[in-house]
Design a protein around this ligand. Structure first.
Ligand code: PGU
Length: 399
């Protein structure tokens, strides 16, 4: 039996297990150290009351004759309708919303939809799953679109190859930058003109506090013809371990190619019908208990609880950012996102990661793990108990 040869094309291990490996090695060498993690973006606060009740009641229903349900296919209809109403002003029918076990899992399955011959374009830096997942699929043509201080963290759209799959994450992981409506409009117009499809990752939309900033690609006219959106309950509802998310695939979305200025539809099949086929074949629905939790999260009390959780983490982010800025370290993010992106000019980001771990016993994430343009940066995650974040900041103050 031979190995999937694409595995050998991956540069290194997945970023976060590598961070965890270094943390473990440090802990073994320093058994008395109290290590604080501002590394992986993992929620830490307990589930709020209404959301917990939704899960508990859901589990109890499964123990009754009237309440029992088995496979739920693409998700409970009520949940799909509620998602459309709460997040998209009802502009999607329930069958355009596919409930999933999380955004990361759907990003992996979406790659199957487009196969290995596709060219992809990604923001650089960005969530490593876009590139690593594509490499595992056998994708060879990858365009990195630098997003740095020089371009105000928005890529040069002219560098997007025609007919490519474009990954776009806003608020961005790791920089925390959020694209404006005008910028997303330009992205949508470019995608339509060049025959591209956008996979828009909105996993952090709940952290957007500036009301002028878009929370979904579907706030932009024309997006239904060129975009898929992945979303998650992980960060707003604390469902990183419960697992629940969704993907919106509009029925208007078509496979098209553009060459010498003209657009041709490549097949009668819609992306929606293919996604239905893939999900029906490879996925058996999200946990029904998680879905009842999701429904509770979308009730008005649940929405207030989700906002409370996000505000808590944004409070942490503000503390981290002001600590770093007081030290004269240039930062962005943390205001509409749970990550602070800090600049260490001319430094190797793994070296800075090691230095912070050794001097402060604080775990971070090195920018280079998010793409070539991340070199020289460190990502600080705002997910943590307040007292740990305060303690970490005290230590960061003196490194
Ligand atoms: N999309 C983005 C942009 C993310 O940053 C993350 C989590 C996800 C999706 C995952 O969403 P789920 O719905 O929970 O599947 N990123 C974290 C956790 C690390 C990881 O490997 O997912 C982070 O620290 O970047």
């Amino acid at each position: 039996m031979t190995r999937n040869k694409n595995m050998a094309a991956l540069k290194a291990g997945y970023l976060f297990p590598e961070v965890a490996r270094r943390r473990r090695a440090f802990a073994e060498a320093h058994p008395d150290a109290h290590i604080i993690s501002l590394g992986v973006g993992n929620t830490t606060e307990p589930l709020p009351k209404t959301i917990t009740k939704g899960l508990v009641d859901g589990a109890a229903r499964l123990g009754t004759m009237e309440g029992y349900v088995g496979y739920t296919d693409e998700g409970f209809i009520e949940l799909r309708q509620k998602i459309s109403e709460v997040y998209y002003k009802g502009q999607f029918s329930a069958d355009e919303i596919f409930v999933s076990d999380g955004a990361k899992c759907d990003i992996g399955r979406l790659q199957i939809l487009f196969g290995s011959a596709v060219s992809i374009a990604v923001q650089d830096p960005s969530y490593p799953v876009y590139v690593d997942g594509s490499i595992i699929m056998g994708v060879q043509n990858i365009s990195f679109l630098p997003c740095t201080a020089k371009n105000n963290y928005f890529p040069d759209l002219s560098a997007i190859p025609a007919n490519s799959l474009v990954y776009f994450c806003s608020p961005n992981n790791p920089t925390g930058a959020v694209a404006t409506k005008e910028q997303l409009k330009a992205l949508v117009d470019t995608a339509r003109a060049k025959g591209c499809i956008i996979i828009f990752d909105a996993a952090y939309s709940c952290f957007i506090r500036d009301a002028s900033l878009p929370k979904s690609i579907f706030e932009i006219e024309g997006a239904k013809e060129c975009a898929i959106e992945v979303q998650s309950f992980s960060k707003p509802a604390g469902f990183t371990g419960v697992r629940l998310g969704w993907t919106v695939v509009p029925k208007e979305l078509r496979y098209t190619v553009v060459s010498t200025g003209s657009t041709t539809e490549t097949t009668g099949a819609t992306v929606h019908s293919d996604w239905n086929r893939i999900m029906g074949t490879l996925f058996n629905g999200a946990s029904n208990i998680a879905q009842w939790g999701g429904l509770a999260a979308l009730s008005s009390e649940g929405q207030a609880e989700m906002k409370g959780l996000c505000d808590y983490y944004l409070g942490n982010a503000a503390i981290i950012r002001s600590t770093l800025e007081t030290k004269g370290i240039q930062c962005i993010g943390g205001d509409n996102a749970p990550y602070v992106w800090a600049k260490f000019p001319g430094r190797d980001s793994w070296d800075v990661f090691n230095e912070i771990l050794e001097k402060c016993q604080v775990v971070t994430t090195p920018g280079a793990g998010f793409g070539p343009a991340g070199e020289g940066y460190i990502r600080f995650s705002a997910f943590g108990h307040r007292k740990d974040v305060e303690e970490a900041c005290k230590r960061l103050g003196c490194f």
